[in-house]
Design a protein around this ligand. Structure first.
Ligand code: FES
Length: 92
């Protein structure tokens, strides 16, 4: 499967179950973080334009609520890839 990042003109290969934050970092995609993927800072949020991630875990659900994120926004360090994705952020 693929993760498309139209703003960066990039398409990444991915496997079902890959951690999204780590997959982006592996490909040197800039992704905001001050907790290095520990699920604390909430900065690694991405917007899902299309595609599927796993259901938010308890930690991600609490961060999404804490930072008032929309239904399309996900905390990438807590997400597992479920299908082809198209993603954006405000800073790409
Ligand atoms: S990198 Fe801090 S919550 Fe994801």
């Amino acid at each position: 499967m693929h993760v498309k990042l139209p703003q960066l003109n990039k398409v990444l290969d991915a496997k079902k179950g890959d951690n999204l934050f780590l997959r982006l970092r592996d490909e040197q995609v800039p992704i905001a973080s001050s907790c290095n993927g520990d699920g604390v800072c909430g900065k690694c949020v991405v917007t899902v334009v299309s595609g599927k991630l796993d259901t938010p875990n308890t930690l991600e659900a609490s961060l999404l609520e804490k930072y008032n994120h929309t239904a399309e926004e996900r905390i990438s360090c807590q997400c597992l890839i479920g299908d082809d994705l198209v993603l954006t952020t405000t800073y790409w």
